[in-house]
Write a protein that binds this ligand. Structure first.
Ligand SMILES: *Cc1c(COP(=O)(O)O)cnc(C)c1O
Length: 350
């Protein structure tokens, strides 16, 4: 197993930090009268008992996730979307104005934004022409102040899975943390990295309820990592970062795994229909194969197409300004109906 020194990575002030101790985390026993947290004893303005603070550790929800995802409870962190663990990882390890993170454009924009908010320099190494990591260039870009490497797989906006052996090389040769963002893993045939936590103490895997589970509105992101890394995230998170409503609704959703399976199947089928139909258009130059619920399409004039679709009330994502994505638009797979509407609009475009 790889040797890894988390203490060397976590900022001194975070190591010394005494976390906020909430009423509910200090009290763990059984009681019937709760006069400890200045909640409204009369109840709530809603029917449900939302007057009580939620479980800061989300134990019940984590137990269910643990069983479904085959990851021990102590290796799970739940956040307000994946954006929360992304931000917390940067804040835990990167001293503003001193440290840096590495990522591989074209990729998800939040790594950049979170780094920027925290005054952390973002180093970038472009993906190759086939949207894979140039591992030699990546290792060359790392310096003593590089704390995190963000790998998005399947990658957004290109949709492809990043080669396992390349991520392994990064894990084995980097003393910091490698974060693998698996927001779209449920649409891919590749296995999740969540089953490799014991092999790589410097691995963090991000997943989300926003995509395959269809719960973007609830804001629920997950991080899987070693107990030690999870403990650091727990130490610096807001005490009640997941609302009671979100915890309850996610528990309900987790009983509907079959719906998720079915919708994934349907979306992948719709993706195939869309891919095949798009090939007929002369202005479509290339359709990139994806392992996600979206496709990336290179067209003659992305800006023109984007505007034309917008005029018809159809919003796609214009990614032309991203490196390697010139004239590319990213299209989320819709329902059969929505995809038909899109195809009709494209017929009218040229
Ligand atoms: C959509 C997406 C997420 C999800 O973010 P949430 O904050 O959980 O909604 C994370 N990473 C990538 C690459 C995404 O595309």
């Amino acid at each position: 197993m790889k040797t890894f020194n988390l203490n060397q990575l976590v900022r001194k002030n975070i190591q010394a930090l005494k976390p906020y101790s909430s009423a509910r985390s200090e009290f763990g026993g059984e009681a019937s009268v709760f006069l400890d947290a200045n909640e409204n004893s009369m109840g709530s303005a809603l029917q449900q008992p939302y007057n009580r603070y939620p479980d800061p550790q989300q134990k019940k929800l984590k137990k269910i996730i643990s069983d479904i995802k085959n990851v021990p409870v102590d290796n799970i962190f739940l956040g307000n979307g994946s954006d929360e663990p992304i931000d917390l990882l940067i804040r835990a390890t990167c001293t503003p104005g001193v440290d840096n993170i590495l990522c591989f454009p074209p990729t998800y924009g939040m790594y950049d934004v979170s780094a920027g908010v925290n005054d952390v320099v973002i180093k970038t190494v472009l993906l190759t022409e086939d949207f894979q990591i140039d591992v030699d260039a990546a290792l060359a870009a790392i310096n003593a102040h590089t704390k995190l490497i963000f790998v998005c797989s399947p990658n957004n906006p290109t949709g492809n899975v990043i080669n396992r052996k390349d991520i392994e090389i990064l894990l084995n040769n980097f003393d910091g943390i490698v974060v693998v963002d698996e927001a779209y893993i449920d649409f891919a045939t590749e296995p999740s990295w969540s089953q490799s936590l014991e092999v790589y103490p410097n691995l963090v895997v991000l997943q989300t309820f926003s995509k395959a589970w269809g719960l973007a509105g609830l804001r629920m992101g997950l991080a899987y990592a070693s107990k030690e890394i999870i403990a650091v995230l727990n130490k610096i998170k807001a005490p009640y970062n997941i609302s009671e409503a979100t915890q309850e609704l996610c528990i309900k959703a987790l009983a509907n795994g079959q719906w998720v399976e079915d919708s994934i199947k349907e979306l992948l089928q719709q993706k195939q229909v869309l891919e095949e139909s798009l090939q007929a258009f002369s202005f479509v130059q290339k359709i990139y194969p994806t392992d996600a619920n979206f496709i990336l399409v290179r067209v003659d004039d992305a800006n023109g197409l984007y505007k034309c679709l917008l005029q018809k009330g159809i919003v796609v994502r214009n990614r032309s300004s991203m490196p390697l994505c010139e004239n590319c638009i990213r299209i989320t797979i819709g329902t059969a109906e929505e995809n038909k509407t899109l195809l009709q609009a494209l017929k009218e475009y040229k």
